[in-house]
Design a protein around this ligand. Structure first.
Ligand SMILES: NC(=O)c1ccc[n+]([C@@H]2O[C@H](COP(=O)([O-])OP(=O)(O)OC[C@H]3O[C@@H](n4cnc5c(N)ncnc54)[C@H](O)[C@@H]3O)[C@@H](O)[C@H]2O)c1
Length: 346
């Protein structure tokens, strides 16, 4: 195989993923799949070759001229579609979060690893310049011991109103936005093993028709179906002794922020604006890092996915990482429901 013949499922976030794959000399987008045909026809215009169009993912997965499937549907469809693909021997690239719950996430990772196909998470924040830069500093030991981190994603009025999947069971703020900051912070910390999680969560805006994207109000028939969280926050304790405070708000009376703060014995850092903190000769040094415009995260994701398939490169963001992040997220939500700490080391 010299080029990876890829199908894209879901014409929202599937588009930047698909464009990056099509742009890569070793990638091709040969098929699209969505329930809405017009969305596929619209995206097809941006592709270098006319793709096949499918409205049924099962039929698409039977197509022998497809090597890999990028899954960009609402959370509730990630596992059914990816499971069908891996059972048919296709490699999968899945948008965040891995799944809408823990049990399907586990089923999928077991099936993917058994099938021996590449399974990768498409994580735009993990592959962003700032996350990669901080991760590289951490791996080199520049922070000393990283013993604490805070990660949060805060919107003022940003509940997605363009797809019911976001607000129904299996959606929610923490699986939508919390997942980005949680995954990136955990990755920078060196992916320590989580041992316990305690959290609170709820829905204070969405079920009342408030807090939707850009202060819009969708029809009542939409927001009456609210079945997930619109905020969640709590604390994760790792086997290493490190702690991570993580929060996500789709709507709030707060300034919007997408942030990670790192506390190390030699230095600290902040994700946005990218800043390093250390002490030199008894004086605090606060350093602003002006990263040159590097590669686009979507291009990095597509390129790495293709390298893993064609060159057998070990995957930097395997589905198993998505599973561990899902374990932490679901524990946070379970802890909120149960009103007590949830252990993950049993
Ligand atoms: N930065 C990121 O990585 C990022 C950004 C936005 C969204 N996302 C993720 O992408 C997913 C989708 O979000 P979105 O904003 O693109 O939503 P969207 O509504 O814009 O697009 C989803 C598409 O999937 C299609 N679809 C739904 N069920 C399907 C099925 N069974 N078979 C085929 N197609 C189906 C819908 O018709 C729709 O066109 C979510 O899981 C979200 O978390 C990731």
């Amino acid at each position: 195989m010299k080029q990876v013949r890829t199908a894209i499922v879901g014409m929202g976030i599937g588009r930047p993923n698909g464009k990056a794959i099509a742009k890569n000399p070793r990638g091709r987008v040969v098929a699209l799949c969505d329930l809405v045909e017009d969305r596929m026809k619209d995206f097809a215009k941006e592709l270098p070759e006319p793709p096949k169009l499918y409205t049924d993912y099962k039929a698409m997965c039977r197509d022998k001229e497809i090597d890999a499937v990028m899954v960009g549907t609402p959370n509730q469809w990630h596992v059914p579609i990816a499971l069908e693909a891996v059972r048919r021997g296709k490699h999968v690239l899945i948008t965040k979060p891995l799944a809408d719950a823990l049990a399907p996430a586990r089923r999928l990772v077991a099936a993917q690893e058994k099938a021996g196909v590449v399974g990768m998470m498409s994580l735009s924040m993990r592959f962003s310049g700032s996350t990669l830069y901080l991760g590289q500093m951490a791996r080199r030991g520049d922070f000393g011991e990283l013993y604490y981190a805070r990660a949060r994603s805060i919107r003022r009025s940003g509940i997605p109103d363009w797809n019911l999947g976001f607000i129904e069971k299996g959606g929610g703020a923490f699986r939508d936005m919390g997942v980005h900051v949680l995954d990136s912070a955990w990755w920078i910390l060196g992916m320590p093993r989580p041992v316990s999680v305690t959290g609170v969560a709820g829905a204070k805006f969405g079920p009342k028709g408030r807090g939707y994207w850009d202060f819009r109000q969708p029809p009542k028939s939409f927001w009456r179906k609210y079945g997930s969280d619109d905020y969640a926050g709590g604390f994760i304790r790792f086997e290493s002794g490190a702690g991570l405070q993580c929060e996500s708000f789709w709507a709030s009376h707060q300034a919007p922020e997408h942030q990670i703060e790192l506390f190390g014995t030699q230095a600290g850092a902040r994700y946005s604006p990218l800043t390093l903190y250390r002490t030199v000769d008894g004086a605090p040094h606060d350093i602003t890092v002006n990263l040159p415009k590097g590669a686009d995260p979507w291009d990095l994701i597509a390129g790495h996915f293709i390298d893993c398939i064609l060159d057998g490169k070990p995957c930097d963001a395997p589905l198993r990482h998505g599973l561990i992040v899902q374990e932490m997220m679901e524990a946070m939500l379970r802890s909120a429901e149960a009103g007590r700490e949830v252990r993950l080391d049993k």
